[in-house]
Design a protein around this ligand. Structure first.
Ligand code: BG6
Length: 363
């Protein structure tokens, strides 16, 4: 079943273009430059009545939710955020009838996420699922939503399911935007960006050898920072999560602006930073962040689609261009490969990392 791949994680990383095509299939409406998500069972009038969107999930599903929240705010201009399901369920949440809650889960069986959905149902909240496993407990409990269509995911570290989560959230954000004031031109731009995204992923995967070289170069590091701001922040968090999960290297993500408020004290030659640098309106700020790290002797791996000044970063992992709003989906791919290769160099059990389960169905 590995089809020549050394492990499931590698196989599932490689499957991402195909998995994403499945998630997009039949869901993009080129005529009206919007998305068609019939499984939501929400009419335009219902979609218009949503005043807030909240994503709830655990681990990588929570970080994907954070990407989703950014997309909803950017494209639909509806306030949105993400919260770990474990926090949500235990803090007696205020459940607001005008909020659309999105329960995010690959397995559809994660106990905390299921309990959060039940808490929402009990309080009359509107909750939809963003679930990979059809027929799972969360999918059944939600009753409506968007299936991820990533196909079965075996590796504990989630790759193709996470990528399809943010892809589905881009479609949700597009739909919410287009029943409001997102222009036809912007809608068309996002639709075209999504259609092209699977091929862009192929381009990232083609750089596998270069990413493996980067991993070998930093294989002695015991700690790593992942740094991003705004769109890049959840990307950094997910990158750190992947590295922790499968390589056991201590990784911490922080927002670039927080550098000077604490983390900078830890920067030295033994603390590499992976900096997320999209070519967007924050490019100059992110270049400044790299300069501050370099000035303290910290090695920098820049993940970027911008033309950075020569020699600024020690290593560049190049990402193809897409629409800026969709950057977070694509920027996650090189980070999966970086974690994968680091864990491989360190001889870890890639598919079954210690202490972790594919889905945590107990408390
Ligand atoms: C964790 C896994 O236990 O559960 C993570 O280690 C995963 O990789 C998280 O993201 C959530 O799982 P699910 O199935 O609800 O998406």
């Amino acid at each position: 079943q590995l089809d020549g791949h050394p492990d499931y994680m590698r196989k599932e990383i490689a499957e991402q273009p195909e998995a994403m095509r499945r998630a997009l299939m039949g869901r993009l409406d080129e005529r009206f430059s919007t998305a068609r998500l019939g499984g939501l069972r929400l009419e335009p009038r219902d979609l218009r009545s949503i005043r807030r969107v909240k994503f709830i999930g655990c681990g990588s599903a929570y970080y994907a939710g954070q990407i989703g929240a950014n997309l909803v705010e950017e494209l639909a201009r509806i306030p949105a955020d993400a919260e770990p399901a474990s926090e949500f369920r235990y803090r007696n949440p205020v459940v607001d009838p005008d909020t659309l809650y999105v329960a995010v889960s690959q397995s559809g069986e994660t106990a905390d996420t299921l309990a959060a959905v039940q808490e929402l149902a009990r309080k009359g909240g509107r909750v939809i699922g963003a679930v990979n496993a059809v027929g799972s407990a969360i999918a059944r409990e939600c009753g409506s939503g968007v299936f991820l269509h990533a196909g079965p995911e075996v590796s504990v570290a989630s790759t193709k399911a996470v990528t399809n989560m943010s892809t589905c959230f881009a479609m949700l954000a597009l739909l919410l935007g287009r029943v409001r004031d997102l222009s036809v031109a912007d809608g068309r731009r996002i639709v075209a960006g999504l259609v092209a995204l699977p091929s862009r992923i192929e381009e990232v995967i083609a750089q596998d050898e270069h990413i493996a070289d980067a991993a070998r170069r930093f294989s002695a590091a015991r700690h790593m920072f992942f740094v991003g701001r705004v769109r890049g922040w959840p990307v950094a968090r997910e990158g750190a999560q992947k590295l922790k999960e499968i390589s056991y290297v201590h990784a911490e993500a922080y927002q670039a602006g927080e550098l000077k408020h604490g983390p900078i004290a830890l920067i030295d030659g033994d603390m590499p930073s992976v900096v997320i640098v999209p070519d967007d309106e924050l490019l100059a700020k992110n270049i400044g962040t790299i300069e501050q790290i370099k000035a303290r002797g910290g090695p920098v791996i820049a993940v970027t689609n911008a033309d950075l000044p020569a020699g600024l970063a020690d290593i560049e992992l190049r990402v193809p261009r897409t629409e800026p709003e969709l950057d977070p989906i694509l920027f996650g791919i090189p980070l999966q490969l970086l974690a994968y290769h680091l864990a491989t160099v360190l001889g870890r059990d890639i598919d079954k990392p210690r202490n972790l389960a594919k889905s945590v169905t107990v408390e």
